[in-house]
Structure formats: structure tokens, C-alpha cells
Design a protein around this ligand. Sequence first.
Ligand SMILES: Nc1nc2c(ncn2[C@@H]2O[C@H](COP(=O)(O)OP(=O)(O)OP(=O)(O)O)[C@@H](O)[C@H]2O)c(=O)[nH]1
Ligand SMILES: [Mg+2]
Length: 434
Amino acid sequence: MASRLLDTIVAPITGAQPAAVAIVRISGPAAWSIAQDLFEPIPSKIVPRHAYYGTFSHGDDGLLIYFEEGKSFTGELTTECQIHGSPISVRKLLEAAQRGGARLAEPGEFTYRAFMNGRLDLSQAEGVRESVEAISSRQFFHANLLRRGELRHQLAHVSDRLYKVLAMIEASVDFSEEIGELDRLQAIGELPIFELQQLQDQAQRGILERQGLTVAITGPPNAGKSSLLNRLLGAERAIVTSQAGTTRDTVEEAAEIDGLLVRFIDTAGLRDALDEAERLGVERSLLAAKAANRIWFVYDALAGWDDAVEGEWKKLGCPMTIVANKSDLAPPARPDHLPVSALTGAGMRKLMGTLTSYESNDEPLVSMNGRHLPLIERALASSLLAKEVFEQPIPDDLASVHVRDAVQAVGEITGDTASDDMIERIFRDFCIGK
Ligand SMILES: Nc1nc2c(ncn2[C@@H]2O[C@H](COP(=O)(O)OP(=O)(O)OP(=O)(O)O)[C@@H](O)[C@H]2O)c(=O)[nH]1
Ligand SMILES: [Mg+2]
């Protein structure tokens, strides 16, 4: 993509038509001259970021907005055309812009240009994509944190410190006679170990909240597992009957619980299966439980907690929340069982609360995704190795290798040291118009 930065590009930046309005963005050196041929009346003196009403040459009317170079999303001279959101109108405007000299933007090319022009670093560009693709409130929250650049800001500070240590080492090697030996304690103090540890500690939450959770709803037959799923979804998703052994195949559905994306898996009741289909169903239940982040073991409070139920519970043998359903009919067998009723909805808030309780309720100030964490860990490990060198009677410049590796790792997050390949890979997943 890099060699083609001089082209002027065009694409709709709004979603699927038909819609009330669509926006077509033209970005690049010819953005204004192309727009002048597409729109009238062109005001004698155009004010940036003001909307002008007029007619487009392809027959639609709407608004034209002009953005100066350096003050647009891409950092380039840009015009945006707001037209009616009909597929025909959008296509005709795109064709007219192409006749005027623009070419269709590749997926992610607007954001790529914003990155190449320094408007965003690589992590912020990822934040742009994540904001667009977010389907839960927590995903959107983390995407916005990333997009706004707090990680970029903190990593700039980390890099500064690393470069300072490199400079100290180089100066002491090159000018040892003039400035004397390296002050090793000072060099250790400059290593951003604490900052990287803090980032590492904070990364997990963003990664978890982006991924969301998978919850397997298991337990004996007829306990009300499918009823519980339906109650959570507010829809009759799974078949419910009064017969034990109703659910065979796993039933999966996602819902947003307190902002978090949660995939619920309703499973076949656990017991010694009566036929082949049920046996396979029970096998799938166990697999689902194994793969899930959380397990709810649901039993029927009226039927009670007998040896058979206890036996099935023990077979799972991993930590889980024990849910006493049908609490409208009977209390839970034990005080540590969570009473709920899929019928009345009692206890549901508390049950959902078990999914979203965090050790710390403070909102994070910085967010990282799954690509960033290993790089933070690498930068931290290298910084610790550099510290080890400084603590031993071996030449200072051996620490440079480790410090440089930390710089490299941090730069792969921000894009400063990322290879073209890596950058292309990240932008390849963007959609057209982003
Ligand atoms: N009173 C009462 N009845 C419930 C409750 N939850 C479920 N039931 C009833 O219990 C029966 C079994 O419910 P299901 O949701 O099919 O139970 P299940 O655990 O999915 O059963 P299998 O799929 O056979 O393993 C149905 O008749 C439901 O109407 C509840 O909270 N209170
Ligand atoms: Mg069921």
C-alpha cells in the first residue's frame, strides 16, 4: 500500500444501503479538485469542516464538507459528501469521483493513511477497527480507550526511558575518558520495569472483556437449564418440556450481561443415558463444560440434592457455581447454593452478578488487546535481563542487546518498529471504508 499513498482514494464510509444518508469520503491530493467537479455551487471561500448544501453532478443533493490537510481523519486533504443513502446514488457518486481521477479505497486504507501520516499509531488504528466491530458495551469501552491513545502515550514514555538507557551506555562506551564510567544504579533506575509491570497487570482485563465469557449450563435432567437459558435471553430459544432428557444437542446463544458478551451453552442433562442420542448429548455436555470459562451446575431444588445429583456434580470435578433452580417451589439444599427461579426470575440478578464481578471495580485507564500483551511481556523480560547485566561485573554494553529488544517489542505495538508485513496484516482485516 505504501507506494500508492499519492493516489486520491474514494469509498463510502457509512454502512449498507438503503439508509437515510450515506457519506462518501474522498481523500488525497486531488480531493478538492475532484469535489469541485462533482458539486455546485462551490462557495467562493470554503471554510473547513463546515457543511455546504448543494447538488451533486450525478443528480442527488446533499452536503459537502471540506477538511484541510493535517486536520482530517487521514491527515490528507479530504472531502466528504453526504448524500441520500441509496445504493444507486452511492454507486453513481463513486463512479463520478473515479472519472475525476480517484480510485476506490482498499479495505482499511483510510486508517492506514491516518497511521502513515502519524495521526494514529498502530494500536490506535486497531482501536478504530475494534470500535467499529464492537458488539458489547465492554468491547466498545476498551476499543475507545485504545483508539484515544492512552496506551500510545504510556508507551512513548516507556520508549523514552529505554532510549535514555541506550544513550547512557553508548556515551560511557564512546566517551569513557571524558564522562567516566556508567552509573549503573542510575541506569537501572531508568529502566521502565515498573511501568511495564503495571501495563502487564492491566492487560488481562481488556483481553478478557473483549473476549467475553462462555458459560456452560449443566446439571441433571429436568432441572430447568433450558428454562434458565430462555429466561436469560428473554426469548424461547431452547425447547422446554416437563420430561427429563429434552435437550440433546447443545444450544448456544450470546447475550450482553452487564456490558459483557456472554455465550451461554445449554446442554443435555447429566445422567446415565437411556439411548444413543442422549449418550452423545451427555458427551457434548461434558465437552462444553470443559471448554467453558464458567460452569453453572443447575439442579432442581424441589427434587433436592441426592446422591445421583452429587455423583454427577463430582464427575465434573472443577470449580463451578451451584444453582438451585425452582426456588419458587423449595429452598436450596445448602446455604452455599444460589437459589433462582427460571419461572419467576427470582435470583437471576445475583446469578448474572457472578459473571461480572471483578476484584477491582475501578475502570481501567488503559487497554490492551491480545496482540499487545506478549509484546509487553517481552519488553519486560528484556528490561529485567538488562537489569541483571547491570548488577553483575560484566561489560555494560551487553545490556544494550536487551534494551534494544525491549525497544523493538514496544515499537511493534505502536508500529514504530513493526515490519511492513506486520502492518499490512493488521490492516488487511479492516473493512472497506475504514
Ligand atoms: N416451578 C418451576 N418450574 C420450572 C422452573 N424452571 C423450569 N421449570 C419446569 O421444569 C421442567 C423442565 O424444564 P427444562 O428447562 O426443560 O429443564 P432442563 O434442565 O433443560 O431439562 P433437560 O433438557 O431434560 O435436561 C419444565 O416443565 C419447566 O417448566 C422454575 O424455576 N420453577
Ligand atoms: Mg433442556
